[in-house]
Design a protein around this ligand. Structure first.
Ligand code: ZN
Ligand code: ZN
Length: 437
């Protein structure tokens, strides 16, 4: 990510709110989980109604100046563990760094993005043209990440290849995007009115390569969800040609303002049965939503390729665990299986990364990876003020339902690669990504 490179950080720091010390003092407090650290309670000690905010980013609150200061001071326990990787997972060691200068700088950037998004003329005038343009690019890159992720990951992901091959014969491909909403995959508007584009034409552009490669007559994307537009949309677009002289493929998009229920497939003429299921940042374990019925209807005992994106690595693991426990997703690598089966124990996931030389998992079509097509916009968590995320930064996918074949847990699997990278090293390289132009 160029932005992170400019701040001299290699990787986006996702969870940096220190909670270890709070667990000791507040874990008996039933209200602890309701607390919004750094918002309605002090980010350092957890006390309610904090009055002091970071004077630089104004996005993290503390009860006193002392607490504010303490959150920026490195924790000595933590500092020593940095040199001693082996002890990293010992209980009591805080991994989170608190309100570091990098976190503060990234939160300042969130302010710019929100000003551009809010489009208030007075506030916009406080930004220099450069800052305004940069924020506009970030906001737009998040919009465009939805079509780019959908099209490119389906094109490259191992579990989708069979349905793509079939679509060459059947001439159509039907994709269900479940839990869609107008402020994410069905975004509206644009921070710069001069550049405003229709969201669906963006999907059409992103799908150009796939349409031409598999010579489909039509691609149907159906968006479902209670946060879809009130009035259902049904429109058809030409997918632009890549090398062909003229457009050969139509994109039909339909939105349905309804909870998804796979069982309506036969009774509802408007809903074709899907070839691929897509979930953008669903939060399966989030108590605000009830995914149980929806997922049972579309994934249980059905072998369908699916794609899930999440905002953080932790969420990706939680969502995989959720699907795995309900036998909705069993076709996973032995390594991942071990992680999900032994979830009580802490596993050092980092040990499993970057180990692409191992071929143990080659018979598994599922994958778990950073999303090279996510946007550049960094957002602040709403519940822990030093936690940052990028929408759809992580993704995983595979075939739904129970296992169809035996997976032997080999001895070697312990060291094998959990992450199949759907793409190479060009993560976030927009130049290598035609859909993000
Ligand atoms: Zn405090
Ligand atoms: Zn700050």
């Amino acid at each position: 990510m160029d932005l992170l490179a400019s701040l001299n950080v290699e990787d986006l720091p996702e969870q940096q709110t220190r909670i270890q010390t709070l667990f000791g003092s507040c874990s008996d407090d039933p209200a602890f989980n309701q607390k919004k650290l750094g918002f309605d309670s002090c980010c350092t000690c957890g006390k309610v109604t904090p009055k002091v905010e970071c004077q630089n980013c104004h996005r993290v609150k503390y009860c006193t100046k002392e607490c504010s200061h303490n959150d920026t001071v490195p924790d000595m326990t933590n500092a020593s563990s940095e040199y001693d990787g082996d002890d990293d997972d010992e209980l009591g060691v805080e991994h989170a760094l608190g309100h570091t200068s990098v976190i503060c700088a990234l939160l300042c950037i969130c302010n710019d993005d929100e000003i551009v998004e809010g489009a208030d003329k007075k506030e916009l005038s406080t930004l220099t043209t450069d800052r305004r343009n940069a924020a506009t690019d970030r906001v737009v890159s998040e919009f465009e990440s939805y079509p780019a992720t959908l099209a490119n990951v389906i094109m490259e992901g191992p579990c989708y290849q069979e349905v793509l091959q079939k679509s060459t014969k059947s001439k159509t491909l039907t994709i269900h995007v479940i839990g869609s909403s107008t402020d994410s995959e069905l975004w509206e508007g644009h921070p710069d009115k001069m550049q405003e584009r229709n969201v669906f034409s963006c999907y059409a552009d992103a799908l150009a390569e796939i349409a031409e490669k598999y010579k489909m007559d039509s691609i149907l994307i159906q968006f479902f969800g209670p946060e879809c537009p009130k009035k259902n949309i049904d429109e058809t677009f030409d997918i632009p040609p890549v090398q062909a002289k003229k457009s050969m493929t139509k994109l039909r998009v339909q939105t349905q303002n309804t909870d998804y229920d796979g069982s309506v497939t036969s009774s509802n003429e408007d809903q074709s049965s899907p070839d691929i299921l897509v979930f953008f940042n669903p939060g399966f374990t989030c108590p605000d939503y009830d995914w149980e019925k929806t997922l049972a209807s579309c994934m249980k005992n059905k072998q369908l390729p699916f794609l899930v994106t999440t905002n953080t690595e932790m969420e990706a693991l939680a969502d995989m665990q959720y699907l795995f426990d309900r036998k909705l997703f069993q076709d996973i690598s032995p390594t991942l299986q071990m992680i999900l089966q032994n979830n009580d124990e802490e596993h050092d996931i980092d040990n499993l990364e970057d180990d692409d030389n191992n071929d143990d998992d080659d018979d598994v079509s599922s994958f778990f990876s950073l999303n090279p097509y996510c946007g550049l916009r960094v957002r602040q968590s709403g519940t822990m003020a030093n936690d940052l995320y990028v929408k759809s930064r992580w993704l995983f996918g595979g075939i739904s339902g129970p296992l169809t074949r035996e997976v032997a847990l080999s001895k070697k699997s312990e060291s094998s690669s959990k992450r199949k990278r759907v793409v190479g090293e060009n993560a976030n390289n927009k130049k290598a990504n035609p859909a993000l132009v």
